[in-house]
Design a protein around this ligand. Structure first.
Ligand SMILES: *[C@@H]1O[C@H](CO)[C@@H](O)[C@H](O)[C@H]1NC(C)=O
Ligand SMILES: *[C@@H]1O[C@H](CO)[C@@H](O)[C@H](O)[C@H]1NC(C)=O
Ligand SMILES: *[C@@H]1O[C@H](CO)[C@@H](O)[C@H](O)[C@H]1NC(C)=O
Ligand SMILES: *[C@@H]1O[C@H](CO)[C@@H](O)[C@H](O)[C@H]1NC(C)=O
Ligand SMILES: *[C@@H]1O[C@H](CO)[C@@H](O)[C@H](O)[C@H]1NC(C)=O
Ligand SMILES: *[C@@H]1O[C@H](CO)[C@@H](O)[C@H](O)[C@H]1NC(C)=O
Ligand SMILES: [Cu+2]
Length: 631
């Protein structure tokens, strides 16, 4: 279905006067009926997917810099709430169009509608997706392209191509979620997808013309897996990262995390003697178990001659993607100096009293507040709005002054990889350590690049660190979170409350947004607990389960549940009996025999986060090098 494009001019009688100024700005109206459809993208399993206007793969939202985009979103899912987030757009002046449920809006309940209306002034490669917890992997994610009439590298290519990469699950998220955040998964082992897809299919063929130069916009729509990406026989030049132009840099292989975008130029060969495979291989190091039914590589083809075979890709011994850390943004913006504020964030995963595995920034796991944080900021008095306490104890809220340089330091205390994404901003990546580098040491501060790479999503390595800087020049409530859907569900989110007083002066919430809250039965005034009288009284705010009682160690749970999985039936009975009694410390200690579980130590990797045994419940051991090879 094609979008209705309505020129602003056709509606304005004053058009003649403004025609020069508005020459290219258009209003692009999209009517999105969001509902279910059946699809079988990997050719192995048909399932329900979330479609738009019965279309899936989803339509691409396309615009030119300066255009106004109007998306009328209607929720026909029947059994699910939803929202739309336009990933990578700053929403400067339109914070309420950012689509974050519990942050900038209420969930759109079944039967309700909401209009997203904003101007795009950033060129580049973006995507849109549902920001309801763990929903976009069911299919509600599509490309968004903002064309640039002044593209700095327009001379380098003849034609544009869009290519999405994604992981794909055979089961619906709601089904998978049932087993994920529970005591039966105490290590927080992430569900592993069944397939990798390119452009939402498993056998994409891309016809190319000899000698032509292509600008390939690669968008990673993954929920979990990162991909290595390469085209056999072709190298390419990177010119864009997450919508930010970077100086052309040669590469043969890319590593793209969930939510990242990379724009590359490649030149088609001059002869048509054969076709070439284009491979997106999932990073299996992220998976705790490798299920038997996993197809980790999505292979598509550059087709020079349709009568010739489509070759199977050659095996690769090792993945050697380009290190994009040294890329230079085309605008050559220098490092932001002398941060006014440094926020240090330790990332960890631990079990709470319900036995499930949660994710934490500085020991706090995120819980969605009663009132979306934007509405709290707008309804509070000036003094209260600047007080982080009113935003709740479990929203990880940081109130930022306007126009300052802010530094975020992330220390990963976990063995997982976390692609972090910031709403409302790009950040400069000042430090991006390797695995196991430990916590960031400020003594290393002279090693910063003069002109750092800039983007909106960056990978935090296992037990590694990151230092990011940005300027608080976009008043709004912006989330900063891991883009692995599973880790979001585990609470790996925080809230930047940026210049709330400026926001109060400029932002008006449209009636249809308030109506959505009414339909969702959510209040639009008050602190995180909905209290409008005593703004510091947070009684009733949503809170996580209590910590594990003393003596009941996460390792104990890991060991016990592992025993169940191993099929020690006797233990199962004892364990479930014990679980029922967790809140009672003495009984629980009895059942577990205290906290010395040393006999089980070999069964967990010591960080409570992944299995190291041969057999998991649904698969076999993590592969050695050879298993990485393509076949
Ligand atoms: C991938 O899908 C998008 C959106 O459906 C489409 O515009 C594009 O042409 C496809 N890309 C290729 C390489 O076929
Ligand atoms: C896409 O993102 C996922 C999740 O981070 C990652 O595993 C995968 O390698 C990425 N794909 C590419 C091509 O980088
Ligand atoms: C194709 O041929 C032209 C002219 O002979 C040459 O300049 C160019 O480098 C060739 N391109 C490739 C990809 O081989
Ligand atoms: C983060 O961890 C470091 C040690 O690695 C510790 O010194 C620091 O106090 C922690 N910060 C917070 C906010 O917990
Ligand atoms: C977080 O928890 C760890 C371990 O329980 C503790 O050592 C640390 O002091 C806590 N940090 C903060 C900031 O509360
Ligand atoms: C938002 O707009 C203001 C005013 O035009 C500008 O100063 C600021 O740099 C913008 N911020 C972002 C993140 O685009
Ligand atoms: Cu994560």
């Amino acid at each position: 279905m094609l979008p209705k494009c309505v020129s602003i001019c056709s509606r304005l009688w004053t058009c003649g006067i403004f025609v020069a100024a508005l020459a290219v700005a258009e209003t692009r109206v999209y009517d999105f009926e969001i509902g279910w459809a059946n699809r079988n993208p990997d050719g192995r399993h048909e399932r329900r997917v979330i479609a738009i206007n019965d279309q899936w793969p989803l339509p691409t939202i396309e615009a030119t810099v300066g255009d106004r985009i109007v998306v009328n979103a209607h929720n026909h899912l029947g059994d699910k709430s939803t929202s739309l987030h336009f990933h990578g757009l700053f929403q400067n002046g339109t914070n309420h169009m950012d689509g974050s449920i519990g942050v900038t809006q209420c969930p759109i309940p079944p039967g309700a509608s909401m209009t997203y209306d904003f101007v795009v002034d950033q060129p580049g490669t973006y995507w849109y997706h549902s920001h309801e917890t763990a929903q976009y992997p069911d299919g509600l994610r599509g490309p968004m392209i903002v064309h640039d009439p002044d593209h700095p590298y327009a001379e380098l290519y003849d034609e544009e191509l869009v290519l999405t990469l994604s992981d794909w699950y055979h089961e619906e998220m709601s089904q998978i979620m049932k087993d994920f955040l529970t005591v039966t998964n105490p290590t927080g082992a992430e569900p592993v997808p069944q397939s990798a897809l390119q452009n939402d299919t498993h056998d994409l063929q891309v016809p190319v013309t000899p000698g032509k130069r292509y600008f390939l916009r690669i968008i990673n729509l993954s929920a979990f897996a990162s991909h290595y990406f390469w085209i056999e026989g072709h190298d390419f030049e990177i010119i864009e990262l997450d919508g930010v132009y970077h100086e052309p840099t040669k590469a043969e292989m890319l590593y793209v995390t969930a939510a990242q975008r990379v724009g590359v130029i490649f030149t088609a060969k001059n002869e048509t003697s054969r076709n070439y495979a284009m491979v997106a291989a999932m990073d299996q190091e992220m998976f705790d178990v490798i299920p038997d039914d996993l197809i980790p590589n999505a292979v598509s083809h550059l087709v020079y001659d349709a009568s010739k075979p489509l070759p199977v890709p050659e095996p690769v011994d090792e993945f050697e993607p380009i290190d994009d850390f040294n890329l230079i943004p085309t605008d050559r913006e220098e490092i932001f100096k002398n941060p006014a504020r440094t926020i240090t964030l330790n990332v960890s995963m631990e079990n709470l009293g319900d036995g499930a595995n949660y994710a934490f920034f500085n020991n706090i796991t995120y819980k969605t507040p009663v009132v979306p944080t934007l509405f709290t900021a707008l309804s509070a008095s000036g003094d209260d709005a600047m007080d982080p306490l009113i935003y709740g104890d479990y929203t990880n809220s940081f109130v930022l002054d306007q126009g300052e340089v802010i530094e975020l330091v992330l220390n990963n205390k976990d063995d997982g990889k976390h692609p972090f994404h910031m709403h409302g901003h790009n950040f400069q990546v000042i430090v991006r350590s390797e695995e196991n580098a430990g916590a960031w040491d400020p003594a290393e501060a002279d090693d910063f690049p003069e002109i750092p790479m800039k983007r909106d999503t960056v990978m935090l390595q296992p037990q590694g660190n990151l230092v990011l800087r940005f300027r608080s020049d976009n008043p709004g409530i912006w989330q900063f979170h891991c883009h692995v859907e599973w880790h979001m569900k585990q609470g790996l989110l925080l809230t930047l409350v940026e210049a709330p007083l400026a926001l109060q002066k400029t932002l008006n919430i449209p009636a249809d947004h308030l109506a959505v809250c009414k339909a969702a039965k959510m209040p639009t005034e008050g602190n995180a607990a909905g209290n409008t009288v005593d703004w510091l009284d947070l009684t009733g705010q949503p809170s996580p389960p209590k910590p594990l009682p003393d003596g009941f160690t996460p390792r104990g749970i890991v060991a016990l549940v592992f025993s169940i999985i191993s099929g020690l039936i006797g233990t199962v009975v004892i364990f479930w009996y014990a679980y029922g009694d967790i809140p009672d410390e003495s009984e629980e200690e009895q059942a577990l025999g205290g906290d010395d579980r040393s006999g089980y130590e070999g069964l967990s990797n010591g960080n409570g986060h992944s299995f190291e045994e041969d057999e998991g419940p649904n698969g076999s051991r993590v592969p050695d090098e050879t298993a990485r090879l393509l076949n």
